[in-house]
Design a protein around this ligand. Structure first.
Ligand code: MLT
Length: 282
């Protein structure tokens, strides 16, 4: 793990491998450890960078922020470590930040990855729920928030058959600083609706979604796929909202394939062929 000072905040990030930078942004209320498998495995093929966003994981900060601030943090960090242009992607909230990044910094973008995420903003009811969650974090702490979120994020299959994954998710959630949970909830409440931007995303885009994702279900991913011209959609079997942790090998392999297609200048969308050496065979 490395750290770098940006705007008075010491950002914690992992940076492994060589070649085209693939930046992966974690979801809420999580941290960069959701991409541990991808950091280990995808970095054999390209450069993988997994930051802890402002206030999360080991990037300590109690300053409020917007999702655009998170995109700016990442952009500054990548500039400083010579990792632009890049493929940027994120899980759920990390996907919202990636969409903000794509809009603000199109010239620094080689590709986009949206994992269990969506482009739409919050509904009025959703905004109220964000305020309630911010209040819960402030008054009852991270464990109370984890009690609410944890039951929704994993597929039933993962919860039953992968107790180590479930324990890791729970631990990360319970250790997220309450102030960060509150700031992130309000930042998500106020985020832009990027649906109208999707048809003009110029870069190759990979959309991944767990087939049992209860928070951002496959039909939401399919709708984005229809709107983003050069996109491929992969629905990951036996996974809920945290596909990089629930089906780590398949997600890593799919990312490697995507990066290879981007690097090769392949035409998008592409179709994968099963291979004896372990192609994804979607
Ligand atoms: C996440 O996993 O990042 C959250 O589910 C995003 C959200 O609450 O909208």
């Amino acid at each position: 793990m490395a750290s770098i000072d940006i705007n008075g905040i010491s950002f914690n990030y992992a940076d492994r491998g060589r070649g085209l930078p693939l930046v992966l942004l974690h979801g809420f209320p999580l941290d960069s450890r959701v991409f541990d498998h991808q950091l280990d495995h995808v970095s054999r093929r390209c450069r993988v960078i997994t930051p802890d966003l402002r206030g999360f994981g080991r990037t300590r900060s109690d300053k409020p922020f917007s999702l655009d601030d998170l995109a700016d943090d990442v952009h500054q960090m990548l500039g400083r470590i010579d990792a632009l242009p890049c493929v940027i992607g994120g899980l759920s909230m990390g996907g919202y930040v990636s969409l903000a990044f794509a809009k603000k910094y199109p010239n620094d973008l080689k590709g986009l990855v949206l994992i269990d995420s969506k482009a739409a903003g919050d509904t009025p009811e959703g905004k109220q729920a964000r305020e309630k969650m911010a209040e819960t974090a402030r008054t009852a702490g991270a464990r109370a928030v984890a009690d609410q979120m944890f039951p929704k994020v994993l597929s039933a299959n993962t919860a039953e058959s992968q107790p180590d994954v479930a324990a890791k998710v729970r631990t990360i959630m319970e250790h997220c600083p309450p102030a960060t949970i509150a700031h992130a909830s309000l930042a998500m409440r106020d985020r832009d609706d990027h649906t109208g931007d999707l048809p003009s995303i110029p870069v190759p885009t990979l959309i991944l979604v767990g087939e049992d994702d209860a928070l951002t279900p496959p039909d939401v991913a399919e709708a984005m796929h229809r709107l983003i011209p050069r996109s491929v959609l992969r629905v990951v079997p036996d996974a809920g909202h945290l596909t990089p942790m629930e089906r780590p090998a398949l997600v890593s392999q799919t990312l490697v394939e995507f990066v290879e297609k981007v690097e090769a200048g392949a035409s998008f969308p592409y179709h994968s062929e099963p291979t004896e050496t372990g192609g994804t065979g979607w």
